[in-house]
Design a protein around this ligand. Structure first.
Ligand SMILES: CC(=O)N[C@H]1[C@@H](OP(=O)(O)OP(=O)(O)OC[C@H]2O[C@@H](n3ccc(=O)[nH]c3=O)[C@H](O)[C@@H]2O)O[C@H](CO)[C@@H](O)[C@@H]1O[C@H](C)C(=O)N[C@@H](C)C(=O)N[C@H](CCC(=O)O)C(=O)O
Ligand SMILES: Nc1ncnc2c1ncn2[C@@H]1O[C@H](COP(=O)(O)OP(=O)(O)OP(=O)(O)O)[C@@H](O)[C@H]1O
Length: 490
């Protein structure tokens, strides 16, 4: 491809070389450059490849896209753009032949509920006979393929590659979780979403030295999705719903329990579904129907209502939506690994005070004798989460076991110090067991009749990130093995 063609959706100035240079592949990583590549320089927080252009040229790069003038051999094209990350999203879209264009895109943003809502939407669309791809925290899935994602919303070059794969596999729709960080980092730039969802926003999450500087920036980045969405469905019961879509270019509809919502949850209540705690959702307004949802927790009623909005937008029949919503399986989202009168064990991904509170409230619906939570907090992320989680668990759980989560590059001690501070604001009892396996084993071994154990934080992850290494660990598998060991499971 010619450089000019790759840049057709990008504003640029050519500083040197030939804009018609033939390009063979693209790279943004100096370790992976190949002869004939276009190299996109990124000024990251740890690495700035603008500094390495001579070395990268020596490895055969044919052209550079940069945010400031860079050194390059004469004859090597150098193109100046305002934002390399923004340009990268558009360059890769061109490189892969604009794969999104033939598919309907659904984007989901919000502090909590993105993965659950996305998976509910996938189930609804599939029940309606559509071939669907999805990209989010639990990975990228299409056509029977599953690829792990490093981030909830991967980088633009990965998104565009996955979209190409999905388009080639005949997908008609793609459901994408769009984090605020993704908007900040231009990972979804150039994509036009047919429909998008706002689930909710809460402070005390994603504000940290590596994420957003304050709540205002967090909210601004969340709102950005609605400038490249045609139609938005917004949770009207969230106090910030108006600010999220104010001045944005999309057409907005609302959902929620509010009588003014366009898609109303007229009744949202607990119900037994297939003999287990779930929900009954009766809608009015733009949809009027009755749905049973096989997940407890009223917040999941909101997630299901959002899925109904999308189902209707796609013209999926109510019968198909009903079928989908009562047979959901979403890994590590209130996943009941074991339920009995003696003991129940659930694995969930709650890793903030906000989601922990909702989780514990949902688990109370099983009427356990005690709720025991096993949790930790991520290192190199918002410290507020640690105080909040400690406080919420101290107030709402009957017993907490604090353990490791993704420590990343922090020490366990520094994370636990903050969690202890939160717990210390309450009268809650707790203990600390650093080793996650030992913590789960301890809880199961000493469980009393009627206990509910919730293992939270890692969710579907199959590893713990500790000091730059991914140490294998799978909450569901370990809980199952331990339940077998103590005779609960065969
Ligand atoms: C804070 C943040 O978002 N950081 C992202 C950012 O990292 P960075 O600025 O430090 O980049 P960097 O490592 O300095 O690299 C800069 C450039 O140098 C290149 N490089 C790097 C190393 C090298 O040896 N050679 C080289 O050429 C890289 O390919 C890159 O092009 O750019 C990287 C690549 O573009 C991202 O992978 C990285 O996400 C990190 C891993 C991350 O943890 N992000 C979190 C905060 C995140 O995005 N979370 C959201 C929120 C999810 C939710 O709602 O829960 C998510 O979507 O996951
Ligand atoms: N709508 C909601 N409101 C509040 N809490 C929710 C909601 N949906 C899910 N949760 C809780 O938050 C946890 C994470 O849910 P989910 O993975 O769907 O959200 P997410 O936005 O993808 O999260 P994250 O950004 O942290 O990965 C769940 O395990 C559940 O405990």
């Amino acid at each position: 491809m010619r450089l000019r063609d790759l840049l057709e959706a990008v504003g640029y100035t050519c500083l040197q070389g030939d804009i018609d240079t033939e390009i063979h592949g693209i790279s943004q990583d100096n370790r992976k450059v190949e002869p004939g590549n276009l190299f996109i320089c990124i000024a990251g927080s740890r690495f700035d490849t603008h500094e390495l252009t001579m070395e990268i040229a020596a490895r055969g790069a044919a052209a550079f896209v940069a945010e400031r003038p860079v050194e390059a051999p004469s004859g090597t094209a150098v193109v100046l753009v305002e934002s390399c990350r923004a340009a990268m999203a558009r360059i890769y879209a061109a490189f892969y032949g604009y794969p999104a264009r033939g598919m309907k895109l659904v984007g989901i943003t919000g502090t909590k509920g993105k993965t659950t809502t996305a998976q509910m939407i996938v189930s609804v669309l599939k029940a309606g006979g559509l071939k669907v791809g999805s990209i989010g925290t639990n990975g990228t899935d299409y056509d029977g393929k599953h690829i792990e994602n490093g981030n909830t919303t991967p980088d633009s070059y990965e998104i565009q590659r996955h979209l190409r794969g999905m388009a080639d596999a005949g997908c008609q729709a793609v459901v994408l979780e769009v984090s605020s960080q993704a908007e900040k980092m231009h990972r979804v730039d150039g994509l036009e979403f047919d429909y998008s969802i706002f689930t909710n926003i809460s402070p005390g999450d994603h504000v940290s030295p590596t994420e957003h500087k304050d709540f205002a920036e967090y909210m601004e980045c969340k709102s950005m999705l609605f400038d490249h969405s045609k139609v938005a469905f917004v949770n009207r019961d969230d106090e910030n719903w108006e600010k999220i879509v104010e001045g944005r270019s999309c057409r907005a509809f609302t959902y929620g329990c509010s009588p003014e919502a366009d898609y109303r949850a007229e009744i949202l209540e607990k119900a037994q579904v297939h003999g287990l705690p779930g929900l009954r959702l009766v809608t009015s307004g733009q949809d009027s129907g009755e749905y049973l949802v096989n997940m407890p927790g009223l917040f999941n009623g909101y997630n299901a209502l959002a899925a109904v909005c999308i189902g209707r937008a796609f013209g999926i029949s109510q019968e198909k939506m009903q079928e989908a919503l009562c047979r959901l399986y979403i890994p590590a989202r209130l996943e009941m690994v074991y339920v009995s009168d003696k003991l129940s064990v659930c694995v969930d991904s709650a890793h903030s005070g906000y989601s922990m509170q909702h989780l514990i409230e949902a688990l109370r619906e099983y009427h356990p004798k005690r709720v025991i939570v096993i949790f930790g907090c991520g290192g190199n992320r918002s410290r507020d989460r640690r105080f909040d989680m400690g406080e919420v668990c101290g107030n709402l759980a009957d017993f907490s076991i604090v353990t490791t989560e993704h420590n990343r590059f922090e020490t366990f001690e520094s994370i636990v110090r903050d969690i202890r501070e939160g717990l210390g604001r309450t009268k809650g009892s707790y203990m600390v067991i650093e080793d996650r396996a030992a913590a789960i084993r301890y809880a199961i071994e000493r469980a009393q009749d009627g206990d509910m154990i919730a293992v939270t934080g890692l969710g579907h992850d199959k590893h713990q990130a500790i000091s730059g290494k991914n140490v294998p660990f799978d909450d569901v598998a370990f809980a199952r093995a331990t339940l077998k060991e103590f005779g609960y499971l065969q």
